[in-house]
Ligand binder design. Structure first.
Ligand code: FVH
Length: 311
């Protein structure tokens, strides 16, 4: 949370923005919304905030933000409206009643939604004359405004162009094109990789626990190896883009067979689900005669949904 008060932000009727510091309103002061608002306030933007439950704006108010009593009041004081709520339903519950107030404003939705939900919000915005940009936050609140923070955007190129300087206060901004669903798609795709990796790590931790090894001790050995393995992602990606899996030097599917890991998991008395999921993807390709091809070939098991029932 910023410590710097914004002295110009004394009340909503007299606060004026400037080309360098347009007026912003942030709807939603959860863990992420509060940090997004605080960062803009610290950067000198006249900042109005609103949260469904009263009492979450105290620190921001003390730092110079204006607390609006309703979403309508909040957006009427803004050139740019930032939305960071729980989910797609809460976005509509908040914005639908104030669509007419939002007409003509730039709306940046940073709530995590599915790609189709982002496209739906883009269509809804267009119907109401609202300029919509969607964002996928690839950071946790502590990272916002610091090195390593990144937000993916897609939707209106005009909003991204107009508001690039403002967005830069939160971290690196990457614009992925006019399809409003693209930022969400890439956000959730990256998170898929993270969650499957975390599940694999926890699976390993459960295996070694059977020998009395603590998860912290295990993490000390697993983390460097897993970090080194991410260096192989580029090679996998090239193979997938070429759709040519017979690459010499790559680990074959026959070699990658996980039956020993599945068996060791059962012997350790833990669920085999996490590793069996990968084994199923491998088995489908080996059964189809591709055992000598590279591990990246399991991409075909993932994209060919028709063969799922044959495993
Ligand atoms: N926190 C994180 O690390 C991640 C990083 C990646 C992106 N996510 C997404 O950001 C959205 C907000 O996340 P958050 O961490 O701020 O979430 P909470 O702290 O749970 O705050 C939720 C806010 O939403 C308000 N809210 C919920 N339902 C409604 C509703 N029906 N109408 C209006 N507001 C609603 C809630 O208000 P209240 O409970 O205090 O009244 C909070 O302000 C989210 O999409 C993450 O996936 C964060």
């Amino acid at each position: 949370m910023p410590a710097t008060p914004v002295t110009s932000a004394s009340n909503s009727s007299t606060t004026l923005g400037s080309p360098a510091h347009p007026r912003v309103s942030v709807l939603g002061l959860g863990a992420m919304g509060a940090v997004l608002a605080g960062t803009l306030l610290a950067a000198g933007h006249p900042t109005t905030v609103w949260n469904r439950t009263h009492g979450r704006a105290d620190t921001l108010r003390a730092a110079g933000a204006i607390e609006a009593t309703s979403p309508a009041e909040a957006v009427s004081a803004a050139d740019v409206v930032i939305v960071c709520l729980f989910d797609h339903a809460s976005v509509h519950q908040t914005l639908d009643p104030i669509a007419t107030h939002l007409a003509g404003t730039d709306l940046v939705n940073l709530t995590t939604t599915t790609p189709e939900q982002a496209r739906e919000l883009a269509a809804w915005s267009e119907t109401h004359g609202i300029h919509h940009l969607d964002g996928g936050i690839m950071s946790v609140p502590e990272m916002i405004g610091h090195a390593g923070s990144e937000i993916l955007y897609s939707g209106s190129p005009e909003v991204f162009g107009r508001r690039q300087d403002l967005l830069a206060h939160w971290g690196a901004s990457t614009y992925l094109g006019p399809d409003a669903g693209r930022a969400s798609l890439e956000d959730l795709a990256i998170l898929s990789g993270m969650y499957v990796m975390f599940a694999g790590f926890l699976h390993g931790a459960a295996m070694v626990a059977s020998a009395g090894v603590g998860a912290v001790e295990f993490a000390g050995r697993a983390a460097p190896f897993l970090a080194a393995m991410t260096g192989g992602l580029g090679g996998l990606a090239e193979t997938v883009d070429a759709r040519s899996y017979a690459a010499p030097g790559q680990q074959s599917l026959d070699f990658s067979d996980l039956s020993h890991i599945v068996r060791a998991s059962a012997e350790a008395g833990v669920s085999t689900e996490a590793v069996q999921m990968v084994q199923n993807l491998i088995t489908r390709q080996r059964d189809a005669g591709f055992g000598t091809e590279g591990f990246a070939r399991i991409y075909e098991s993932i994209t060919d949904t028709t063969s799922r029932s044959h495993r």
